[in-house]
Design a binder for this molecule. Structure first.
Ligand SMILES: Nc1ncnc2c1ncn2[C@@H]1O[C@H](COP(=O)(O)OP(=O)(O)OP(=O)(O)O)[C@@H](O)[C@H]1O
Ligand SMILES: [Mg+2]
Length: 373
């Protein structure tokens, strides 16, 4: 062995005995670089130890799958693996979406029956819709329901600035995902598709996308591919066609919003009347379930810390984050507060809660009575 490699040995021994993992890691990485050409199998083995050491390793072992592939130079893992068996939260979907998802799950559960009749079970899903509607969440739910590990392609480390490498990385990930029953999740799928617009990248990216299309075509029956995107318009028809099932996940309507509000305004923590949440669901449009979750968490914190009425807390949080994007927010809220609390709330209190002047509150209330007359 080369002198330049051996000289790291004392350092490594000392650091391992002292439990200094970082120094061991750095020294081993130096060695990997030095021996890469002469002894590729040893350097690969060392790289494998480094990359699976730590968080990912026990998980992959418990799932009975091989350690994940890594980028050749950075040794970063190209995928994130998650076991969703203890996913607790409940996903809320529109009726139309639920029907499609349930159907897919059912066909997967009886796939043996389909295969024995010479019929291919569906194994590719495309989820599309705006941010925060639960695309990533749905992938996890499916992973839980079908009891398959979710292998998420990490586009940040896979789509390298060197496109040649991107292709290699993608191939590694595809091979890995196919090697045992799993769900390959191509999150933010448009990151690949979008870059096809870049004229300098065109040739290589086209090849990459072609590799992907080909792979999708003969993806093994015991594995699934799920892709998610906020920008379906960037995907070309060839890609679109390759997915067995496409699921549109739009922003929720008032009925779905109400379910999400109820789910998030945990009954064990706050006591908030259902009719108030109904009012909120109907008047606050354009919010995603992720927005609702975030708003609810803020409200719960306020209720617990300050012992505020949850309705006040909710109106305040909405005012801070959403009032500008909601038409007639102030007017609607002034009227609602008056109708709920009647004489128990003064105009000054309403003004304070909504950050308005008393005369504006007065004005809104008068405009209401004019309407009623
Ligand atoms: N339909 C839903 N039902 C219940 N909770 C939801 C739903 N959608 C989103 N959430 C909550 O919001 C969080 C964030 O949603 P998620 O990351 O799945 O959205 P996304 O559609 O993947 O967004 P993006 O396009 O930004 O990736 C979820 O972890 C979940 O807690
Ligand atoms: Mg997502």
């Amino acid at each position: 062995m080369k002198e330049s490699v051996l000289k790291h040995l004392p350092n490594i021994v000392r650091a391992s005995l002292e439990g200094d993992k970082r120094t061991v890691e750095l020294a081993v990485m130096t060695i990997i670089r030095k021996i890469k050409k002469e002894n590729p199998s040893l350097s690969d083995e060392l790289a494998g130890i480094l990359s699976t050491y730590g968080a990912g390793a026990p998980l992959t072992r418990s799932l009975g799958i091989d350690p994940p592939p890594t980028d050749k130079e950075s040794y970063l893992s190209l995928v994130k693996i998650s076991d969703n068996s203890d996913l607790g939260d409940k996903i809320v979907l529109s009726e139309g979406t639920s029907i499609i998802v349930d159907r897919f799950l059912k066909e997967r559960e009886v796939m043996g029956k389909l295969i024995s009749n010479g019929i291919k079970p569906p194994n590719s899903l495309l989820l599309y819709g705006p941010p925060g509607v639960g695309k990533t969440f749905l992938a996890k739910v499916i992973s839980k329901q079908l009891n398959l590990p979710l292998i998420t392609l990490d586009l940040a480390s896979t789509v390298s600035s060197y496109l040649g490498k991107t292709g290699q990385n993608l191939k590694k990930v595809l091979e890995y995902a196919k090697s045992s029953p799993s769900i390959l999740f191509l999150d933010e799928f448009d990151a690949i598709a979008k870059r096809r617009d870049d004229p300098t990248d065109l040739g290589e990216l086209k090849r990459i996308v072609n590799v992907l299309l080909k792979e999708l075509e003969d993806w093994p029956n015991n594995s699934i591919v799920i892709a998610a995107t906020n920008h379906p318009e960037f995907l070309d028809k060839a890609i679109w066609r390759r997915f067995d099932i496409k699921i549109e996940m739009p922003l929720p309507d008032a009925t779905v919003r109400l379910k999400v509000w109820i789910e998030n305004m945990d009954k064990d923590i706050v006591d908030i009347p259902i009719d108030f949440l109904e009012f909120i669901s109907q008047s606050i449009e354009g919010v995603s379930p992720a927005d609702i979750k975030q708003i609810s968490e803020k409200v719960l914190r306020e209720v617990i810390v300050d012992d505020t009425d949850p309705r006040f807390a909710l109106i305040r949080v909405l005012r801070e984050s959403y009032s500008l994007s909601i038409p007639n927010f102030n007017k609607t809220m002034v009227k609602k507060l008056k109708s709920i609390f009647g004489k128990k709330i003064t105009q000054a209190q309403i003004a304070e809660l909504l950050g308005l002047s008393v005369s504006t509150v007065n004005h809104h209330l008068k405009s209401e009575s004019k309407l009623q007359n």
